[in-house]
Structures are given as structure tokens and as C-alpha cells.
Design a protein around this ligand. Structure first.
Ligand SMILES: [Zn+2]
Length: 406
């Protein structure tokens, strides 16, 4: 597994510079809170920071004397020399080898899990294995996933002892907002009364779910959403996604690389084409065809709702492209560049006001889906309204969970 260092963080120059400054100074706060949108590299940065903290060549390390390398400097070929960065993990020392594979005894890494209690040890081990094996691994949790009590209990017990190998230990708690109240009290106590040198790094994309007492004890580090070009560039270069797909996925990802990496596995252009095709029966006024089409996506089971949500987003993306085309945007600014000719043609027939009306219908539909409104009915109604009509009462599909009041 290639080690990710602070120098490798993508598109977070402010954060990277700050963290490297901290490592260079060797003066650590007891706890850091990495906050910001989902999927912008907080977890990766937290691990990279931990690696830098534990690196044998770090500024705070009690480690190697500088005399030895200097002695041989003249004899050794220059390119074999690797200057030990004082502000980042070196990537080559024994500690870096261990932190890269999560085998360093002073690196603790907690993250939410879900499932049967008796299987959890396996779940944790499997997740770490995937993370080691797959540099593009994405943490995707079930709604109910949480950081388990026994994990924090074991950890806090260990804090009473000195670190094993490094001068300090680094504890990374991913998505720290997924804990129970009593865990926070224990965590707070550990942060307030730091034992032998410990640096906590908590990450969250839902900062308001963390108790204020925890937030106020942490040095806060804010992450920004990634820009679209960064996401599409990463997809093309590191995940080998085709340029047209990469652009489409990046436009859908709202600056979240994890979201983009998950989307790349879903054949986005095919889903988009199916989504856009939904408008056709709506335009024809063929309510039963529209209903059948909307329902077919619900057959994907638990992901059906998510798929329908995404389909509305594809429609939004398309309309935004129409707006861009109306204002004369060049091809490279279009998310759906592979269907450029069609976009240019449609942009001739719809004025900006109509495009905005459609967008607001779709926005409303997305909000309805956030609530408990049935997803297939929402898309049915949204398509009808985008097409400019409303179906009469008799044309609405019978539905067990029907709600007509939106
Ligand atoms: Zn190192």
C-alpha cells in the first residue's frame, strides 16, 4: 500500500500547510477536530497526520542522530539520499512501514461499524484489510453504524500506559459524531486529563452532532469541498475513469471524492440516460408508462430510493448544462459533454426562465425525498410538472403509501 503523506493531500493547501507546521514544530495540541463536508479527505489527512507524528524522523522523535547519515553523505550517490522531512512522514523508516499497514502499536484507529456484535471483530479486521489493499477504498456506513463502546473502552484503558515505541501515540477517531453519550463523557475525560503523550485526531462531517464540550476542547481544522476539476482529474488519473464519465461524476459529487469514487462503480452515463428518458412519457402524458418506469427503479431494493434521488440530480445537471449552453459556455464546461449536440439544440427551444422553473420543481422534489415522501411518487410528480402538466386524479397510480399533499 502506498503511504499517503501530508504532502500528498489533494486540494487542501491550507490544511496541509497548517498540519505540516504543527509537525515541524513538534508541539501538538491534545486533540484536533477535522471538520468539513463528507468525502473531502479528512480521514486520509487524519491518518497522514498520525503517520507524520509517529515517523522516526519527525521533529518530536527521540530518534536517530543526524551524525550517521552525514558521515556517509559524500560516499553515497545523491539520489539514494532521502532528506528526512521534519514536517511529514518520511515514508521509509520502520515506523512509517508499520503505520502504512496499521500495524504500529501507537497508532489507534477507530471507525464506525454496523452489524452483529459477535462479528464485529471480523468486520473491523476486514475493513482494515480493504483499506490496506485498495488505495481507493471508501468508507460507506449503514445508517446505524457507530463507534462501538468496547472499542473505546479498550482504548481508554490503554491510555494509562506509556506509548510502546514512539514518543507519543496518535489516536484517529473517524466520524466521531457516531458515538453514544457515555462514550463522549469518557472521551472528554481523556482529552481533559491527557496521560502520557497522546494526540487525538477526530474527524466529522456533522460537527453539530458532537457535544459542545468536545468541540471546545479540540483544535479545529476546517476542510473545504474539493473543486470539480480536482475530482474529475483524480478519477481519470488514479481511478482510470474515462474522461466523459469522470466529468459527469465530478459534477454530481458536490466536491466529495468519496461520493465520486462510489458513483464510478454505478455506470453513471447509463443511469443518466435512463433518468432523462423518464421525461418522455411525462411529455406524452402517458401516466401509466411513467409510473411503470419510475417503479422499475424501486426494484433495486434498498438502493432504489437513492437511485431515484440521483435521477433527479441528473435532470438538474442537464438543466444546468442547458443554462450554460444558453449563455454560450464552451463544451468543456458542460457536465454532459458527450451529449453536447442535444444540449445545444434543446437550449435553443427553452428560455432561461423555463429552465429555472424546472430546476425549482426538481429542488422541491429532492426536499420531498429528504422527508418521508415515497420516492417513486415524488419522481412521478416531478416529471409531470417538469413536462409542464399535472396528471388528473384518475391518472395517478394507486399506491399503498400515497401522499398527495405535496
Ligand atoms: Zn518515517
Amino acid at each position: 500500500m502506498p503511504i499517503v503523506r501530508l504532502a500528498d493531500l489533494i486540494d487542501q493547501p491550507v490544511v496541509a500547510e497548517f498540519l505540516r507546521g504543527v509537525v515541524a514544530s513538534g508541539r501538538y495540541a491534545t486533540a484536533y477536530l477535522f471538520e468539513g463536508p463528507h468525502g473531502v479527505g479528512k480521514g486520509t489527512a487524519a491518518l497522514a497526520f498520525a503517520r507524520a507524528i509517529l515517523c522516526e524522523h519527525g521533529s518530536g522523535a527521540s530518534g536517530p542522530s543526524q551524525a550517521t547519515p552525514d558521515l556517509f553523505a559524500a560516499a553515497a550517490p545523491a539520489k539514494k539520499q532521502r532528506a528526512a522531512p521534519a514536517d511529514d512522514a518520511c515514508g521509509v523508516c520502520a515506523a512509517c512501514a508499520k503505520t502504512a499497514t496499521f500495524q504500529h502499536p501507537d497508532l489507534k484507529f477507530l471507525f464506525p461499524v454496523s452489524g452483529e456484535e459477535k462479528e464485529l471483530e471480523n468486520t473491523v479486521a476486514e475493513t482494515l484489510e480493504s483499506l490496506r489493499e485498495d488505495p481507493l477504498f471508501v468508507f460507506n456506513y449503514e445508517k446505524a453504524a457507530s463507534i462501538r463502546l468496547w472499542l473505546t473502552r479498550d482504548l481508554i484503558r490503554e491510555l494509562a500506559y506509556q506509548p510502546f515505541e514512539a514518543p507519543r501515540r496518535a489516536i484517529v477517531v473517524r466520524d466521531a459524531d457516531r458515538m453514544r453519550e457515555d462514550q463522549y463523557s469518557a472521551l472528554l475525560k481523556s482529552i481533559e486529563e491527557p496521560g502520557p503523550a497522546t494526540v487525538w485526531v477526530l474527524t466529522t462531517s456533522r460537527v453539530n452532532r458532537l457535544p459542545a464540550t468536545i468541540r471546545s476542547r479540540c483544535q479545529r481544522v476546517r476542510f473545504a469541498p474539493l473543486v470539480e476539476q480536482t475530482v474529475s482529474g483524480f478519477l481519470e488519473q488514479r481511478a482510470r475513469v474515462k474522461p466523459d464519465d469522470a466529468r459527469l461524476i465530478a459534477a454530481l459529487s458536490s466536491g466529495s471524492l468519496s461520493r465520486a469514487l462510489t458513483l464510478r462503480l454505478t455506470n453513471p452515463r447509463e443511469t443518466r440516460d435512463k433518468a432523462l428518458a423518464l421525461l418522455e412519457p411525462a411529455v406524452r402524458g402517458a401516466s401509466s408508462d411513467l409510473w411503470k418506469a419510475a417503479q422499475s427503479f424501486m426494484s433495486y431494493g434498498r438502493t432504489g430510493r437513492e437511485t431515484l434521488r440521483r435521477m433527479i440530480e441528473f435532470h438538474e445537471l442537464w438543466l444546468r448544462d442547458l443554462l450554460r449552453a444558453r449563455y454560450g459556455a464552451p463544451a468543456e464546461m458542460l457536465a454532459n459533454r458527450d451529449r453536447e449536440a442535444e444540449i445545444r439544440r434543446q437550449a435553443q427551444t427553452l428560455d432561461a426562465r423555463e429552465i429555472r422553473r424546472r430546476l425549482s420543481v426538481l429542488e422541491e422534489a429532492l426536499r420531498a425525498m429528504e422527508g418521508n415522501v415515497t420516492a417513486d411518487l415524488t419522481i412521478f410528480s416531478a416529471m409531470a410538472r417538469v413536462a409542464g402538466g399535472r396528471f388528473g386524479e384518475g391518472e395517478w397510480p394507486p399506491h399503498p403509501a400515497a401522499r398527495w399533499d405535496y
